[in-house]
Design a protein around this ligand. Structure first.
Ligand SMILES: [Mn+2]
Length: 325
């Protein structure tokens, strides 16, 4: 569903709310952060009291840079102190959930029950685990939540400064892997609009700059790859533990190669846990495959976690599911 069609309705809900608590998914990335800061800025300009709900204290590189640069500019609350900031009349509070629609993936699942009014704005396909609310706005055709927030900048004719526009643009660049995934005319339009507000591509590049050591560690996953029927499977070693984002990044990278239409990366994400991250150019439905491994996702990307099983077992299981599809 296109969110543009719901702009009026969404604006009405914002209008009726006095205090707006913005919460994105855990493992905050630049799309989650960019959309959060985007709505924070737009709604503050509408004279709403806005808060960012954040439980994490450690962030990935780019997100860390933004927080450092914006220090003191954002009101940040957590599950411990949020209630002291809420309006006594709960109807005047709104919890705005961004860049995820799943209960278990938000920064602070505990706070969900504190709010009588919750609104989800997201670009991921809904599932059984989707937050139960009548205000569910999902545009799974949108490249990113930042693309959606850009539409609201226009809907409110909000004056956004170049720095904020840059953070929002970086969310689009991240989620589209440099405008190669899920990118259509409206994605480019959003990028154009943000650039016209002064967003700097140079600064986006700075925000997305990576750590060299982490990069080298990640590339090791590319040394053990099997490709069959346009499907690439990369395997980690039993001793190396990666972050979930690392698996996702490698899966993204694999899609850049000739004849790779889907990529699966299987590696340890904890001492006793194997993770799978999957990406597709769209012809192979990732959600369908990941759901059979107790995970989730949409057509283009997904992931799952598996307990203590050895990597080779997980790969075997994945292959047999792929064979059946
Ligand atoms: Mn996103």
């Amino acid at each position: 569903m296109e969110i543009k069609k719901s702009h009026k309705k969404i604006k009405k809900i914002f209008k009726k709310s006095k205090r707006i608590f913005i919460m994105a998914h855990n493992n905050l990335d630049l799309d989650a952060l960019g959309s959060s800061i985007g709505f924070y800025t737009i709604l503050t300009k509408q004279r709403k009291k806005c808060f960012l709900v954040m439980e994490e204290t450690e962030h990935e590189l780019g997100v860390g840079k933004v927080f450092k640069e914006l220090e003191g500019c954002l009101k940040i609350v957590n599950s411990e102190n949020i209630e002291t900031f809420m309006h006594k009349n709960n109807k005047k509070n709104l919890l705005l959930i961004l860049d995820t629609n799943k209960k278990e993936l938000v920064q602070a699942p505990k706070v969900l029950d504190l709010f009588s009014k919750k609104m989800v704005i997201d670009h991921h396909e809904p599932s059984k685990k989707t937050i139960d609310t009548k205000y569910l706005f999902i545009d799974s055709e949108a490249s990113s939540t930042c693309e959606i927030v850009e539409q609201f900048i226009e809907a409110y004719s909000a004056k956004i400064n170049p720095y904020i526009a840059t953070i929002i643009l970086s969310g689009i660049v991240l989620d589209t892997n440099n405008f190669t995934l899920k990118t259509d005319a409206s994605t480019f339009y959003s990028a154009y609009y943000l650039t016209s507000l002064g967003a700097s591509v140079k600064k986006v590049e700075y925000l997305l700059k990576q750590d060299l050591e982490e990069y080298i560690e990640r590339q090791k996953l590319l040394t053990n790859i099997e490709i069959k029927d346009n499907i690439a499977i990369a395997k980690g070693t039993p001793h190396a533990v990666y972050r979930r984002e690392d698996l996702a990044k490698i899966a993204d990278t694999l899609l850049f190669f000739n004849e790779v239409e889907a990529a699966f990366v299987v590696a340890k994400i904890d001492k006793d846990e194997v993770g799978v991250s999957a990406r597709s150019t769209g012809d192979i439905d990732i959600a369908k495959i990941m759901e059979k491994m107790n995970g989730g996702g949409d057509k283009y990307n997904g992931a799952t976690k598996i307990g203590t099983e050895p990597i080779s077992k997980v790969v075997e299981k994945l292959k047999s599911i792929l064979d059946k599809e």
